[in-house]
Design a protein around this ligand. Structure first.
Ligand code: WTA
Length: 631
């Protein structure tokens, strides 16, 4: 099924149709998928609950659409290309038929290990084909996967396992990342000391290490699949049955489990994939994200495979063995669509263009970015040196909660403007609201970005706590889904995302709540309290700046900093390390005891002259001290 729009005029027409008749619009698209039983209604919704149902009554399994449906015509087409960390190692290619077999085989292994429909499985894996296989195998039998990015610490993993009450962990002995190897199984073992729900751990042998294998609990992947049949019927799922939980940070201390479902997520990831990337039948598509994040779920695994595309999966990092690696891989495999993060572009920019210029990059047709606003300088570098001013750049705005790309150009069809995500996809109805929650209808304005009508892959709930879903996303502005982002709309109606308006920091495209990092900092024994804010960082977009009060002001600042960093790494992982730690004697607070982050943010941004009115503070003196000691 080719769901591609072919011109900007057609986009405008489809868009208008999707607004005037959303159900008719999505029905046309959804009908082209394989349903075990057709749905009764297209969409029933109420943003108050929220209670949102797409394709109610329909029976479907997303893996039948991602695998079985292609076997007849695309059985021998490449589904997955895997490029290893080390360019000298052999790459792997799997056809749709081979991937189907491997998924079925592992799905049977999961069943043999006691997994049943509805069970939750935490996946903590390197970027190897088995990660994709594990994800699809869960979906095949109706188990709910929850992938935890392999950079998270034991503590963070244990939180997620406990919240999901997962029954199994799928992991590996360790992983390759550039010149380093990182143990994974050891982290799992540590996490499991504080988890009661796990009955089994399946361990994929990635590095030929000999990790500890707990008798009766742990089993090797190759042993688990031994003798398993390569056929496994796809479990019949309700369209609204849970497909996965993915934990993401919000403005409170505890990450929340975003829930997506089989039917709606399937339809939207495929539709958005095909239209944004304009991926043709013989194209090779590469998204450099990790499957541990939503981008990997939707645009390495599900969107491309449901569309019958060839998706490339990369184990390594952009700078290993040298900063030309991305471009070497593009030439090696003839990549046509390349999708990455602004932070990676900025990091590579810093090494100079020689690394790009030594590759032809002739095969590239469409470039994409995701995860954070892209600054004009990085946009231009990407456009000129990578795209040779020939490839359109699709700046895709979306979120874990939206499941798929919401605002973006469509390949070379749409007008393009640096740093602007552009126009909404058909079916997506963004609005900008003012402080009072009133819709700002004109163009050339700025406001809070909300969506006023559901789309098939909208978040359904936050696992185990529906009220949290309601208060976080549906209660700020009645009748709207609130994104947490601020945006501008230019004279032509193109959107430009400015960034978060809540207490979320975006570090290298990864989301952290300030409260989440504060909790981690506060777990350090020398810390009394702390306040964390983001500040502009040349490569990472935002860096983490922590203001810390200790029981006694540390004599040795470096040792104290190291201690705090170590605690954060233990609590969350290396990805959440504060860049700057300033020791202070007190934090600016209102009389009611609320920390004035606005002031701390201005100081961190290097604008202490723009603090505004501080006279209402409990102790205005403290601000002068903080400004003096700013890093
Ligand atoms: C930000 C990643 C500007 C935004 C898919 C959003 C972006 C958060 C863009 C979601 C973009 C994502 N331009 N900002 N193209 N894409 N963001 O859940 O603040 O990891 O709310 O999903 O990233 O991050 P998440």
């Amino acid at each position: 099924m080719d769901l591609r729009i072919r011109s900007f005029e057609e986009y405008q027409q489809k868009y208008a149709e999707s607004v005037s008749n959303p159900e008719g619009f999505w029905d046309e698209i959804a009908k082209t998928f394989h349903w075990q039983k057709p749905y009764d209604t297209v969409c029933e919704w109420d943003f108050e609950g929220p209670d949102i149902k797409w394709f109610k009554g329909g029976k479907v399994n997303i893996t039948e659409n991602a695998l079985d449906r292609h076997l007849e015509q695309r059985g021998n087409k490449l589904a997955l290309i895997w490029e290893p960390n080390d360019p000298k190692e052999r790459f792997v290619r799997l056809t749709y038929r081979e991937l189907h077999e491997k998924v079925c085989e592992f799905a049977n292994a999961l069943k043999a290990q006691g997994i049943e429909k509805g069970d939750r499985i935490v996946i903590y894996m390197p970027m190897v084909p088995e990660l994709t296989i594990a994800v699809l195998a869960c979906a095949r039998i109706g188990a709910v996967h929850s992938v935890v990015f392999a950079g998270f610490s034991a503590h963070a993993m244990a939180d997620r396992i406990n919240d999901a009450q997962a029954k199994m962990v799928i992991t590996a002995d360790g992983l390759n990342r550039g010149a380093k190897q990182v143990p994974l199984k050891r982290v799992v073992d540590e996490a499991l000391q504080s988890c009661d729900s796990i009955e089994r751990v399946i361990v994929f042998n990635c590095l030929d290490w000999s990790p500890n294998m707990a008798e009766g609990r742990d089993i090797w992947w190759h042993e688990a699949i031994d003798g398993m049949p390569k056929e496994c019927p796809a479990e019949e799922m309700d369209a609204e049955d849970m497909l996965f939980i993915l934990y993401t940070s919000g403005s409170t201390g505890k990450p929340k489990g975003v829930v997506h479902t089989h039917g709606g997520y399937m339809v939207y990831t495929a539709y958005s994939f095909q239209n944004v990337f304009q991926c043709g039948e013989s194209d090779i598509y590469w998204c450099t994200a990790d499957v541990g994040w939503i981008t990997g779920h939707s645009y390495i695994v599900y969107g491309p495979l449901i569309s019958g595309a060839t998706t490339l999966m990369f184990e390594g990092v952009p700078t290993y063995p040298d900063p030309g690696r991305f471009w070497q891989v593009c030439d090696k495999h003839g990549v046509n669509q390349f999708y990455t993060a602004p932070t990676a572009i900025r990091a590579l920019m810093a090494y100079g263009e020689d690394h790009v210029l030594s590759y032809s990059l002739d095969s590239l047709k469409v470039l994409g970015t995701v995860g954070e606003p892209i600054n004009e300088e990085a946009w231009k570098w990407y456009h000129i040196h990578v795209g040779k001013e020939r490839c359109p750049i699709v700046d895709t705005w979306w979120q874990t909660e939206t499941g798929g790309i919401m605002i973006s150009g469509l390949g070379d069809l749409s007008p393009m403007k640096p740093a602007h995500a552009g126009y909404p996809l058909p079916g997506i109805q963004p609005v900008l609201l003012d402080q009072e929650g009133k819709e700002i209808k004109e163009n050339g304005v700025e406001g809070y970005l909300c969506i006023k009508h559901p789309w098939p892959s909208i978040i359904r709930t936050t696992y185990g706590d529906h009220e949290r879903c309601r208060t976080t996303y549906f209660s700020h502005y009645k009748g709207h889904y609130f994104t947490g982002d601020g945006a501008k709309r230019d004279e032509n109606g193109m959107y430009r995302i400015i960034g978060r308006v809540d207490d979320v920091i975006n570090v290298s495209g990864h989301r952290f709540g300030t409260a989440e990092i504060e909790n981690a900092v506060n777990a350090c024994s020398i810390v009394v309290e702390s306040a964390v804010v983001g500040y502009p960082h040349e490569i990472k977009g935002q860096g983490i700046y922590a203001y810390v009060v200790c029981d006694t002001f540390p004599d040795d600042l470096e040792t104290a900093r190291a201690e705090i960093v170590e605690t954060v790494v233990e609590q969350i992982g290396k990805i959440a390390k504060p860049e700057k730690i300033q020791f202070v004697t007190g934090l600016p607070k209102t009389r009611s005891g609320k920390i004035m982050r606005r002031i701390l943010r201005k100081i961190a941004e290097g604008e202490p002259d723009k603090l505004g009115d501080i006279s209402t503070l409990l102790d205005p003196e403290v601000v002068a001290d903080i400004v003096k000691g700013a890093l």
